[in-house]
Design a protein around this ligand. Sequence first.
Ligand SMILES: Cc1cc2nc3c(=O)[nH]c(=O)nc-3n(C[C@H](O)[C@H](O)[C@H](O)COP(=O)(O)OP(=O)(O)OC[C@H]3O[C@@H](n4cnc5c(N)ncnc54)[C@H](O)[C@@H]3O)c2cc1C
Ligand code: FES
Length: 253
Amino acid sequence: MTITQAQIEEIIELEYNIHLFKVKSPEIANVINPGEFLNIRISDLPIPLLRRPFSVCDVEDDFFYLMFNTMGMGTKLLSLKKPGEFLDVLGPLGKGFNFKDDFDRAVIIGGGLGAAPFPFLTKMLKSKKAISTFIGGRTKSDVITYGLENISISTDDGSYGFKGNVIQLLEKDFGKINNGKLKIFACGPTPMLVGAKDFAEKNNIECELSTECVMACGFGICQGCPIQSTEDEDKYLLVCKDGPVFNSKDVVL
Ligand SMILES: Cc1cc2nc3c(=O)[nH]c(=O)nc-3n(C[C@H](O)[C@H](O)[C@H](O)COP(=O)(O)OP(=O)(O)OC[C@H]3O[C@@H](n4cnc5c(N)ncnc54)[C@H](O)[C@@H]3O)c2cc1C
Ligand code: FES
């Protein structure tokens, strides 16, 4: 883990107000793994006080990419940054995806901005494993397909792709992809993660979930990001340190 001043090389505006920052930092780009995250100090001023966590969306040579949309003050200020400005970055943090396990096909499931960590995972899996990607959103403007492969799309309102949620789409198409050993990787809103976990358990498939919560320190000191362990109802894990990626069998959502 390091704190570094990383320079924004390029800002790419994707459709529907999604920002993609290409940021130069060999110290991070050369060591970070898919699913790990960075805690970014947005401003030199005391507001917002806390750093904001972001997945690394992709890595290319000495550069990492961040993907975000505007949620509140932190992401609004971040969206105003210009190429050449520096970001104060703490990372890499957390535990990422175990993508080198023994499986034949990665089943990637993303909901909304939950697609953010998957271009990097897709890059690491490509040419080694088969990939089937299921992307869902409430409506067409929530659907993010940047950097993904072999994509099936669902929207709740039917404005793009299958009408329904992404787990229903997976259930519908399961027969087409159910060959060899599967492993699910999911990131998105909690109801979607619950659906992915239930689907995995019902079909006896290994499943990793990238969870989210509001964070403070980002590395296990403040105890501000608990998630209940399945081991014992009194036992809590920390999303920032033990996760954000967990085996679906290890946590209660
Ligand atoms: C491990 C991890 C990885 C993340 N990766 C990305 C990413 O790649 N791209 C991205 O756009 N966002 C990502 N997020 C979420 C991102 O950190 C929040 O969007 C950001 O903190 C919002 O900051 P803000 O100041 O703009 O909003 P705030 O003003 O802090 O919050 C605005 C609203 O969003 C809610 N909120 C804040 N953080 C979260 C959260 N984590 N989950 C759900 N609701 C939240 C608040 O409760 C509030 O209602 C990630 C979060 C985690 C924990
Ligand atoms: S954010 Fe401080 S312990 Fe997780």
